[in-house]
Design a protein around this ligand. Structure first.
Ligand code: NAP
Length: 239
């Protein structure tokens, strides 16, 4: 029976590349999206997957999405909590609404999806949960204070849940990407990107597939003895 992965925020960027890598390896991919329906459906067609709309920050929409997936495919072998947003600006200038939204999507989105998928994994005593944090969650990023705090929460969540569910056959890991070229980083000017590259030992920014390949590895049996870990994928920017 084909393995099934649910990837949140898979309509664009790192999530879309992750869907492609899983599909290339023979998995059934469930492509969650919120606003980019056209892109998600095109990707579903390309990968033979299934596009499903839900704002992951909304527990009701999340539950409906997961119920629909379970009804259609019977199981979720791997959950990739990738959906995320960032807001850049000095800490005291970020509005309360933006601050709340950063936590709602990056943190509560991860909690909501995991909470609804986990019971199905526990029943089978099998499951892989891979959360997408950020190097800023490890080190803290100036002008990304709320985002850094939210991504640090994702790391804490990963470690704690790994301890709680390891004996039930669930692996919970986290990847912490560095600078990756997606819509999220499109706000940087060419000059700023060149400056950032100078801080990266490998001399380049990441591409979405750099992250996707590691996420895929963590979902395979080759990674069966890895849990509660934070894998930095940043070209050496954080060592
Ligand atoms: P992106 O290109 O901006 O894509 C973000 C994705 O998240 C989109 O597919 C978007 O879907 C989805 N999304 C946003 N809000 C959502 C919501 N409420 N419910 C469901 N989906 C939602 O970003 P990216 O660079 O690929 O980032 C992916 C993940 O990697 C994020 O968690 C991000 O924080 C993390 N990350 C990125 C970088 C980087 O340099 N790019 C570095 C470190 C960590 P719709 O368009 O359909 O709304």
């Amino acid at each position: 029976m084909l393995k099934t992965v649910l990837i949140t925020g898979a309509s664009r960027g790192i999530g879309a590349a992750t869907a492609e890598v899983f599909a290339e390896n023979g998995w059934t991919v469930i492509i969650n999206y919120n606003s980019s329906g056209e892109k998600a459906h095109a990707l579903a067609e390309k990968t033979g997957g299934f596009a499903v709309k839900a704002d992951v920050s909304d527990p009701v929409q999340t539950e409906e999405m997961i119920n629909a997936v379970i009804e259609k495919y019977g199981k979720i072998d791997a959950l990739v909590n990738n959906a995320g947003i960032s807001v850049t600006g000095l800490f005291d200038l970020v509005s309360d609404d933006d601050a709340r939204r950063i936590f709602d999507v990056n943190v509560f989105g991860t909690l909501n999806c995991t909470r609804k998928v986990l019971p199905h994994m526990l029943k089978r005593r099998y499951g892989k949960i891979i959360n997408i944090s950020s190097m800023w969650g490890q080190t803290g990023g100036s002008c990304e204070v709320h985002y850094s705090a939210a991504k640090a929460a994702v790391i804490g969540f990963t470690k704690a849940l790994a301890k709680e569910t390891g004996s039930a056959g669930i692996n919970v890991n986290c990847v912490a990407p560095g600078m990756v070229m997606t819509d999220m980083t499109a706000c940087y000017t060419g000059e700023e990107v060149e400056e950032i590259k100078e801080e990266i030992p490998l001399g380049r920014c990441g591409e979405p597939r750099d992250i996707a390949e590691t996420v895929y590895f963590l979902a395979t049996e080759k990674a069966s003895f890895i849990t509660g870990q934070v894998i930095g994928i940043n070209g050496g920017m954080v060592i």
